[in-house]
Write a protein that binds this ligand. Structure first.
Ligand code: DX5
Ligand code: ZN
Length: 220
């Protein structure tokens, strides 16, 4: 099955992002982690940075918002043209209204769940979203270990999307490498974010192909 490999630039060299994104031009989308030092204890980019990066990126941007008050801020990322805008379920007052706004502006709408956030309340609402991001680490930092305890959420999502005949991207983010990608693919993921495993590799483009082959062999 075709899969998507979306490298995260969180582990890239922030002083040279324009050249860093060209090292991963064989990716599907480029994952950009926006953090505000409130929702997570780390700080990265804002909308101006994302807009500048988008102008030089060889691939569309998959924006992952790890910020508070997404009802106020997420539409701005859609307005600037991000291909997909994923907000956290824990940070919105009304996920469906926000997803509709993002879609109306023209971006794909994604909802993200921290490891401790249950998926059940969203299983009947899946038609409102283009992608669901199951966090496989606590959000905030690259280089953490994959939490296998999150896999039942993917299995539930896969069952629900199949039953409803929905083509929703099921995304995992955190601790994805050649081994854990197999576990996630078997559980139902088809879209994979990988930061340190790509950017700490000597050849990031070759690492993307390695991850892609492993995921394709095990997705179903
Ligand atoms: C973590 C971010 C991830 C991060 C993943 O909160 O959302 O996108 O870059 O990094 P790795 O792949 O190193 O776990
Ligand atoms: Zn992310």
């Amino acid at each position: 099955m075709p899969v998507r490999i979306n490298p995260s630039i969180l582990t890239a060299d922030f002083a040279n992002l324009a050249s860093e994104v060209h090292r991963i031009a064989n990716s599907d989308l480029i994952h950009v982690d926006v953090m505000d030092n409130h929702f997570v204890p780390n700080l990265t980019f804002g909308p101006r940075m994302v807009e500048s990066l988008q102008a030089v990126s060889p691939k569309p941007l998959d924006v992952h918002l790890m910020i508070d008050d997404v009802d106020r801020w997420a539409p701005d990322y859609a307005e600037l043209g991000a291909y997909s805008v994923t907000f956290h379920a824990e940070a919105t007052k009304d996920a469906v209204t926000l997803a509709r706004r993002i879609r109306d502006i023209g971006s794909r709408a994604g909802i993200a769940l921290k490891p401790g956030t249950p998926v059940d309340p969203y299983l009947d609402l899946l038609a409102e979203f283009d992608q669901v991001l199951v966090m496989t680490v606590e959000p905030g930092f690259g280089g953490q270990s994959f939490m296998e305890s999150t896999m039942p959420k993917l299995r539930a999502l896969r069952t629900a999307t199949r039953a409803a005949g929905l083509d929703i991207w099921l995304q995992v983010d955190g601790g994805i490498n050649e081994q854990t990608i197999v576990t996630a693919a078997e559980a139902g993921a088809n879209t994979f974010v990988a930061g340190s495993s790509v950017f700490n590799a000597t050849d990031p483009a070759a690492q993307i192909e390695l991850l892609r082959a492993a995921a394709e062999a095990h997705s179903h």
